[in-house]
Design a protein around this ligand. Structure first.
Ligand SMILES: Cc1cc2nc3c(=O)[nH]c(=O)nc-3n(C[C@H](O)[C@H](O)[C@H](O)COP(=O)(O)OP(=O)(O)OC[C@H]3O[C@@H](n4cnc5c(N)ncnc54)[C@H](O)[C@@H]3O)c2cc1C
Length: 455
């Protein structure tokens, strides 16, 4: 595939601040490992609340190197678990609180962007989850019913019959869709660099090319020496397997993306993407798309292989087969764009906990805190979880410190080779269930049972 192999977001006008590496020895109040959105938002809210704190961020590569600088740019109020899934574990009130706080995160992010003058193309056009088959329509309608039964209102999420989906977007085949206003789009690389600039101006230290090897009772050992801190925050998401505290706590799953050239007027008109709502469908295999401000389709999908022993390597960001599948999904949903040139392709790891439930935790005795495990929904959640973590660190009793994710401990993933077999079976099954449903118009019962048992 003849395309540039880095995120399309990197091509926008971006003011990147140059940061050095860590010295051999340093002492700070708070050391944050990872300069993605989790680390940056944590530093942002901590330095807002306590400007005198000495805060340092240690980053193995550069600001926004991880998922935060290369994601699909959906700032979505939805978690990887639905409100009914959360309610079945934590009760209806806790589930609803989590969703209300998550929905309220969008205006919070927008306000910070305005206050700090961070230009990242923020646009809240909502989200459309379209049913590509009649079976998907049944499932999505039942999902919506459960969401409403657990406290979400019609103003949060509503059903659009197929005749109304084109008010937002014209997809080749739709059997109706869920529309929700709780989603915005942005350029993630501009966001991380904007936040880093604000932090730098505030006096927060950012060290790049500084890989952390171990965290032990306030001592952070890294590639150039040691940092001693009163509090350490681990914000390493898809890369967490290499740190002792989070070994087997997550698996890195790869999500891959492509971007088309800016579409011409005729194609844009045919797709009728009126208010640039984000788009996905109701298949088992996750796909996601946004229309960028300059008229490109940025389209992503999971389904790339999981690598033995939770390995993360740069070469895994590109997978021809998965990228080809994403390109054909563009043609499937938007035939008018089938001939559009693919200008960029890329990918990266996201973190999946064993129970699909993200965590924000603080162990004051060990001077250790952690946030993450957002699966593929971290852009808004990093902001919410950072605010919760700052409240925990500063011993503030707020609604955020009562979120069901606070001090949640996901079970560990299985040892290899079970992990490798299980995760890759899940990936293969989700694709095969979608294919079967599309061609046979019914659910493959055995495969679905195995799929659910593996989850
Ligand atoms: C292709 C793709 C598309 C996605 N699309 C969306 C989307 O549209 N919407 C959405 O909500 N979510 C999306 N996600 C998920 C979302 O991007 C993440 O959940 C979120 O960015 C996580 O932020 P983070 O700061 O916790 O982790 P990251 O952004 O991954 O940051 C972790 C940082 O830690 C650094 N690090 C790791 N180990 C060490 C170490 N030992 N020492 C020092 N530094 C270290 C890494 O270099 C990295 O910069 C997507 C993810 C991917 C990969």
């Amino acid at each position: 595939m003849d395309a540039l192999t880095y995120p399309v977001w990197h091509d926008s006008a971006i003011q990147q601040t140059a940061f050095g590496t860590a010295p051999a020895h340093a002492e700070v109040d708070v050391a944050i490992v990872g300069a993605g959105l989790s680390g940056l938002w944590t530093a942002y809210y901590l330095s807002s609340a306590e400007p005198s704190l000495r805060i340092a961020i240690l980053e193995a590569r550069h600001v926004g190197f991880g998922a935060s600088g290369r994601n699909g740019g959906w700032c979505s109020g939805y978690f990887p678990l639905t409100v009914s899934e959360l309610a079945s574990v934590y009760g209806r009130d806790a589930a609803l609180l989590a969703y209300q706080e998550s929905f309220a995160t969008l205006p919070e992010v927008e306000q910070v962007l305005r206050r700090e003058g961070i230009e990242c193309g923020w646009h809240q056009g909502g989200t459309v989850q379209s049913a590509s088959t009649a079976l998907q329509a049944e499932r999505l309608q039942s999902l919506l019913k459960q969401q409403h039964a657990n406290g979400l209102g019609a103003g949060d999420a509503e059903w659009l019959p197929s005749s109304r989906v084109s008010e937002h977007i014209s997809v080749a085949e739709t059997h109706g869709a869920i529309y929700s206003r709780h989603c915005a789009t942005l350029n993630p690389f501009q966001l991380v660099n904007g936040l880093a600039r604000v932090l730098d101006q505030r006096g927060v230290t950012i060290w790049q090319n500084t890989a952390v090897q171990a965290i032990d009772n306030g001592v952070v050992t890294h590639s150039h020496g040691r940092v001693v801190a009163k509090q350490v925050v681990q914000a390493t998401e898809g890369y967490s397997h290499s740190i002792a505290q989070t070994k087997r706590r997550i698996v890195p799953l790869y999500s891959l993306m492509v971007a088309t050239e800016p579409l011409n007027q005729a194609t844009l008109q045919a797709i009728g993407w009126h208010n640039r709502a984000t788009f996905n469908d109701g298949g088992q295999m996750v796909i996601y798309a946004q229309l960028t401000p300059d008229g490109r389709i940025a389209f992503g999908g999971r389904g790339a292989p999981y690598h033995f022993a939770s390995r993360v390597r740069e070469r895994f960001d590109l997978d021809d087969q998965t990228h080809r599948r994403i390109v054909s999904a563009i043609a499937q949903h938007f035939p008018a764009a089938a001939q559009a040139r693919i200008t960029h392709r890329w990918g990266g790891p996201l973190a999946v906990p064993r129970d699909w439930t993200p965590t924000v935790m603080l162990d004051r005795a060990q001077k250790y805190a952690r946030l993450g495990g957002y699966v593929g929904d971290g852009v808004a959640a990093t902001n919410l979880f950072s605010r919760a973590l700052v409240d925990l660190i500063l011993e503030r009793d707020t609604s955020l410190t009562h979120l069901p994710f606070v001090n949640h401990r996901s079970p560990r993933w299985e040892l290899e080779p079970l992990r490798f077999l299980g995760v890759n079976s899940l990936i293969a099954l989700s694709e095969s269930i979608d294919n079967y449903e599309t061609s046979h118009h019914k659910v493959p019962k055995l495969r679905t049972k195995i799929f659910e048992a593996l989850l």
